[in-house]
Design a protein around this ligand. Structure first.
Ligand SMILES: [Zn+2]
Length: 260
């Protein structure tokens, strides 16, 4: 029954995605109106869909995800808001593909718990060299459907950089060659300091950043970001998010001029 309801929701979502595929000319130039493709990356333990939305088709690929720790969900509305910005600003997608996974641990977000409902910390469940088997990390890497869904999308889209949103450590953490410069570019647009925390066992940063040299940013929002409105969050962290997308270029001036 639950799965049927999700399927209906999914069909509706796909319909919206398809409708937005019509190519139109934007008012502010000759760029095609942005469109996105929505797909299900996988299913959570409780059969919730793990959605992925792909904007643009350029060679420079950035993947952003939130909600891997379900009780650190303030990044979810930031990525939803980012999706809206991408739809009205075709300039952001020139030469670029943006892959959004706004809620990769939907059961954990729903239950407001860090781990998935099997009690596994998904950000310790990747097959990194430093994977540390345990009850809370998983007896084997990729033992959970959520971590497998994330890995499959990263292998599919081969992002040039990966941004994940966490709480509550109030810093911009980085892993992988070149990731520090990316962290600093983001840090120019927020009060959060750039700080290297070091790769945690079996984490996304350890596996993709340290082992595979894909620049990985762990964007640690403050605890009180939970409960802030989407607008407030975007006002505080939107520019840093946009900086990660246009990197190494500067954010188009119309964004920085109108920012608070
Ligand atoms: Zn976290």
């Amino acid at each position: 029954m639950l799965k049927q309801a999700w399927l209906i929701g999914l069909l509706a979502l796909l319909l919206v995605g398809c409708q937005s595929n019509t190519t139109k000319v934007a008012q502010d130039g000759n760029l095609p109106k942005p469109a996105y493709r929505a797909a299900v990356a996988g299913w959570s333990v409780e059969n919730r869909p793990i959605m992925v939305r792909v904007y643009g088709s350029g060679d420079d690929v950035v993947l952003l995800m939130a909600g891997i720790h379900g009780n650190e969900a303030a990044g979810v509305p930031i990525l939803e808001r980012l999706g809206k910005e991408l739809m009205v600003n075709p300039k952001l997608l020139v030469g670029r593909t943006v892959v959004l996974m706004p809620e990769v641990n939907p059961d954990g977000v729903k239950a407001n718990i860090r781990r998935n409902v099997n009690g596994i910390d998904l950000n310790r469940n990747f097959p990194a060299d430093n994977f540390d088997a345990s009850k809370g990390h998983g007896e084997e890497p990729l033992s959970q459907p959520e971590s497998r869904a994330i890995l499959a999308q990263i292998e599919k889209y081969k992002p040039n950089r990966i941004i994940t949103y966490h709480q509550p450590l109030k810093c911009i953490d980085y892993d992988g060659e070149g990731a520090q410069a990316l962290a600093e570019a983001m840090g120019e647009h927020t009060d959060l300091p750039v700080k290297r925390l070091g790769g945690r066992p079996g984490s996304l940063g350890s596996y993709f950043g340290i082992d595979h040299n894909i620049p990985c940013i762990t964007f640690e929002l403050p605890k009180n970001a939970t409960g802030q409105s989407s607008e407030d969050l975007w006002n505080q962290y939107g520019l840093a998010t946009l900086a990660s997308i246009v990197y190494p270029k500067a954010i188009p001036s119309e964004f920085t001029e109108t920012a608070q």
